[in-house]
Design a protein around this ligand. Structure first.
Ligand code: NOJ
Length: 515
């Protein structure tokens, strides 16, 4: 078989990269008062509306999530991220009208407090979306800001007469123009205003006191057009949050693929979502070979360097990884519902270093493509796509569900007892990761293979342990010859050094030294 010169070349480069040691967060002494619990956690992103309905009104709720914590623990989840839960007028909640109140469709404050308690009783953590780049255009501050040109609320927003950036300018109800990076319902706040900063400290404090273990920072890179202001604000924010709870985890939605720019946020906050890796795993799972391991090492090296820089307030860099979220077409759709490819994508996510996030339903191979509501369809619990706890999409301006259908093999009920299901693959991958905890913080290295395959080893820090991930990403059958006695952690099969192992199309193995 023809070994690709390209793969050989990248493996030489990889070897070079791997000789560069980098300062890892794991070298920082762990103690109980740091956000490092998140470094070895598996997170699960939940759109509350679509997850589980406890009271039969068709809308997912806090009590519904509490009822499904067993399910999440069965899967191996350690922490959940709740998408917006504050008072809002929209179905998604990314435009908040009151930061101290909750979306009443999701339950009461007591229900939320109960959910927080239930998580903690089980040793699980819970973080929430904090959407403070903008408010709703119906937030009291914005309404008051429009009343006169000299009132105290005015400077909290960005009213403008500038006509050069029309695409981000919208007309308020009083006819004035204002800056809103996302839409006319989301006026951006002015973070040069001291009151806004103080108000947002108060908001964070309120939720930390409720027991939230941290925040996912919505639209974190958009705080101010001047990035110096943005970075300074997040540094202040992190310092504030950690003064209240040093263990709080903060992960930013810094949707930037340029390494230097995204890495800059590692000086400001413990973690950032790795959008570049998300894209790379998607492409690899489609069969386009990329040198993932070198890319991951380079990224992590840069993150850790920045976190340890003098002007950093974050000494605990955590690389948050995922293969999709609520703003993207679901990975199963990207891979056209091909179960084998979906499993390969998951294998990459769970055998590469980082703190992995699962987007609800991903573990069942749920599909979902633009527009946004269809990327956020009901969690599919049953074969019939109907039944206790199933949510509906019959309010707001939903155009109906496209992907939540009966008898498509995509439901917990259909998959839970099938050893070959996507659900059981996820479960197994999480178990493997937990039994080999070094994967979360490891370093990886590409291993040369035939074109059409991709193979990498993920090592612990002192390189005494590793797992060896082998992926056949093509429609052709291949084989590999192993040079050590090994066991495939996915199947339990054992192989001897020198043995040739057949790798049928679109299959994978996670090898470890046989003990
Ligand atoms: C990014 C969120 O992920 C997205 O869903 C939302 O609409 C915008 N920020 C605005 O809050």
């Amino acid at each position: 078989m023809k070994t690709s010169r390209y793969i050989k070349a990248i493996s030489v480069l990889t070897a070079l990269c791997c000789t560069l040691t980098f300062t890892s967060c794991s070298m920082t002494k762990k103690n109980s008062k740091t956000p490092l619990w998140a470094e070895t956690s598996v997170f699960y992103e939940i759109f509350v509306r679509s997850f589980y309905d406890s009271d039969g009104d068709g809308i997912g709720d806090f009590n519904g999530i509490a009822q499904k914590l067993d399910y999440l623990q069965e899967l191996g989840v350690d922490a959940i991220w709740l998408m917006p839960i504050n008072k809002t007028e929209s179905y998604h909640g990314y435009d908040m009208v009151d930061y101290y109140d909750i979306q009443s469709e999701y339950g009461t404050m007591a229900d939320l407090e109960n959910l927080i308690d239930e998580c903690h009783k089980r040793g699980m953590k819970i973080i929430m979306d904090l959407v403070i780049n903008h408010t709703s255009y119906h937030h009291e501050w914005f309404l008051k800001a429009q009343e006169s040109k000299d009132n105290e609320y005015r400077d909290r927003y960005l009213f403008t007469e500038d006509k050069t950036k029309e695409e981000y300018h919208h007309t308020a109800e009083n006819g004035e123009r204002f800056f809103g990076i996302f839409s006319h319902t989301m006026p951006d706040l002015n973070y040069k205003n001291e009151t806004v900063r103080q108000e947002m400290f108060n908001v964070a404090d309120f939720w930390l006191q409720k027991g939230m273990d941290g925040f996912r920072l919505d639209a974190a890179k958009f705080i101010d057009e001047d990035m110096a202001v943005t970075h300074e604000w997040w540094k202040e924010f992190t310092k504030f949050v950690h003064s209240k709870n040093p263990e709080a985890f903060i992960v930013g939605e810094n949707w930037i693929t340029k390494l230097d720019e995204v890495a800059e946020f590692y000086k400001d906050m413990p973690s950032s979502f790795n959008f570049d890796l998300c894209d790379l795993i998607g492409r690899t799972a489609q069969g386009k070979t990329v040198d993932l391991a070198s890319r991951v090492n380079n990224m992590r090296k840069k993150y850790f360097e920045n976190a340890n820089a003098e002007d950093s307030v974050n000494k605990y860099p955590i690389d948050s990884t995922m293969i999709n979220n609520h703003d993207m077409d679901r990975i199963a759709s990207l891979l056209r519902g091909n179960t084998d490819r979906i499993k390969l994508a998951a294998t990459m996510l769970f055998t590469l270093p980082g703190t992995p996030f699962i987007y609800y339903g991903e573990e069942l191979g749920q599909m979902g493509e633009t527009p946004d509501p269809n990327r956020r369809e009901p969690m599919d619990w049953y074969k019939s796509a109907k039944g206790e706890g199933m949510t509906e999409m019959n309010r707001y301006d939903f155009k109906g569900m496209k992907y939540t259908v009966a008898d498509d093999g995509i439901s917990y009920e259909e998959q839970k007892d099938d050893p070959n299901s996507i659900f059981n693959h996820y479960k197994k991958l999480i178990e493997i990761r937990k039994n080999n905890k070094f994967i979360f913080t490891g370093e990886c290295e590409t291993v040369p293979t035939d074109y059409g395959m991709y193979r990498f080893k993920t090592y612990n820090k002192d390189k005494t342990e590793f797992i060896d991930t082998v992926l056949n990403l093509s429609e052709n059958n291949f084989s590999i010859t192993v040079d050590y006695d090994c066991t495939d952690l996915l199947t339990g099969k054992q192989y001897s050094s020198g043995e040739k192992i057949e790798m049928p199309k679109l299959t994978n193995m996670i090898l470890t030294k046989t003990k």
